[in-house]
Write a protein that binds this ligand. Structure first.
Ligand code: SF4
Length: 327
C-alpha cells in the first residue's frame, strides 16, 4: 500500500485534459519504491518511470508529447514551467497528534512558529489546534515568491520562518530529517524542535548546528587563502542563479584572483577535477552542505565567499538560500 495520499482520479482528469500520449513519472527517493504501484494505478496509459533521482520542483524532466507528473513536491510559484508538467504533492498519511501533545506537555515555549516540508503541510492546522488548546500562541508565516504554502520551507528557502521569527520563542518543524530544521535555526537564530510523527518523539538540532558552523568556518578559512576559484552554475530550471554567478566572478576578479564558470545539470563532485583551489556553488545549496566530503577541494556558498573576501562580517554567517532564479 502507498502510505501517501494520491488522488489518482484527479491525475486521470488532468491527463485527459492535456491529451498527451505518454506519462513520465518523476519521483523523489522516498516515493520511488512505490513507482511500480503508481504505474499500476495508471494502467491503460503509456507510463514511463524516470530513474533519475528527483530532488525538488527545481529539477524537472520534460519531453515532447509527454506529460511529466512530478510526485512529492509542490510547484515553486516564481518559476515559469512548461505546460506539460503537473505536480502531485502526495501528502504523508500520518497524524502528529501524539507528538504534538507530548511537545506541549513537556516543552516550555510560549509562542511557537510552525514550519514543515510539503509532505506534512496539511498537518499544520492539526498541530496548531492542539497547541492553542494548551494556551500556546502559534504563528505560521507566509514565505516569499519561491514558497507555495504558509509555513512551508524548502532546503533552500526558510523565508516562511524568517518572516515570523521576531514573534516566536521557538519553532517546530513537522517531519523527519534535520536539514530543514537546521536551516530554520541558522536563518532565524531561534531554537527548533523536530516533531517526528513516526517515532512519536521530538528533538532539537543545536549540536548539529554547532558542528555545521565549525565545518563551514573551516571552509571559509581555506577560501581566504585561495587564488583560483571554480564557480558552479546549474542548468536546472529552479537552480539557475546565473546573475549571481557572474557577479561572483567579477567580485573575485576585482581582488586580483582568478575565477572560472563551471556549468552543469547534475553536479557530481567526483567529476570536478579542475585546476582551482576551491569551488563556489550557486546551484542547490544542499550540494554545498550535504556533499562537501565528496568534493576533492573545499566548496563554499556565495555568502561564505563574501565572508572570505572580507565583504561581509563573520557574524552574518547563515544558510545559503535561493530567492529567485534567473539567467
Ligand atoms: S534547490 Fe535544492 S533545496 Fe531547493 S528545492 Fe531544489 S533540490 Fe530542494
Amino acid at each position: 500500500m502507498i502510505p501517501y495520499r494520491i488522488d489518482f482520479e484527479k491525475i486521470k482528469r488532468e491527463v485527459a485534459k492535456r491529451g498527451l500520449g505518454k506519462i513520465l513519472l518523476q519521483l523523489p527517493e522516498g516515493l520511488s519504491i512505490y513507482a511500480t504501484e503508481i504505474a499500476d494505478e495508471l494502467k491503460g496509459y503509456d507510463v514511463l518511470i524516470s530513474t533519475k533521482p528527483s530532488y525538488g520542483a527545481c529539477d524537472i524532466e520534460v519531453y515532447r508529447d509527454t506529460l511529466t507528473i512530478q510526485f512529492g513536491h509542490s510547484e515553486i510559484p516564481n518559476i515559469q514551467y512548461p505546460g506539460n508538467i503537473i505536480f502531485v504533492e502526495a501528502p504523508a498519511d500520518v497524524s502528529f497528534k501524539d507528538v504534538a501533545e507530548k511537545f506541549a506537555d513537556e516543552v516550555k515555549c510560549e509562542s511557537v512558529g510552525i514550519v514543515s516540508s510539503v509532505q506534512h503541510i496539511h498537518s499544520i492546522s492539526e498541530v496548531k489546534e492542539i497547541l492553542e488548546k494548551r494556551g500556546i500562541r502559534v504563528f505560521v508565516g507566509e514565505g516569499d515568491g519561491r514558497i507555495k504554502y504558509p509555513g512551508q520551507v524548502l532546503g533552500c528557502n526558510f523565508s516562511a520562518a524568517r518572516h515570523i521569527a521576531s514573534k516566536v520563542s521557538c519553532f517546530i518543524f513537522l517531519g523527519t530529517g534535520d536539514f530543514h530544521a537546521m536551516g530554520v535555526e541558522l536563518s532565524t537564530g531561534k531554537k527548533v524542535y523536530v516533531l517526528d510523527p513516526y517515532s512519536g518523539e521530538y528533538h532539537t538540532v543545536e549540536e548539529k548546528v554547532d558542528k555545521f558552523r565549525r565545518q563551514r568556518f573551516g571552509a571559509i578559512v581555506k577560501a581566504e587563502e585561495a587564488e583560483r576559484f571554480g564557480i558552479i552554475l546549474s542548468s536546472k530550471i529552479g537552480q539557475r542563479r546565473w546573475k549571481l554567478a557572474f557577479a561572483i566572478k567579477e567580485m573575485i576578479e576585482s581582488t586580483g584572483k582568478k575565477a572560472y564558470l563551471l556549468m552543469s545539470d547534475v553536479i557530481h563532485p567526483e567529476n570536478l577535477y579542475y585546476n582551482v583551489d576551491i569551488y563556489v556553488n550557486t546551484a542547490c545549496p544542499r550540494v554545498t552542505y550535504d556533499d562537501f566530503l565528496r568534493f576533492s577541494k573545499p566548496v563554499i556558498s556565495p555568502l561564505e565567499l563574501e565572508i572570505a573576501l572580507k565583504l561581509r562580517p563573520w557574524e552574518n554567517f547563515t544558510f545559503d538560500e535561493i530567492v529567485e532564479v534567473n539567467r
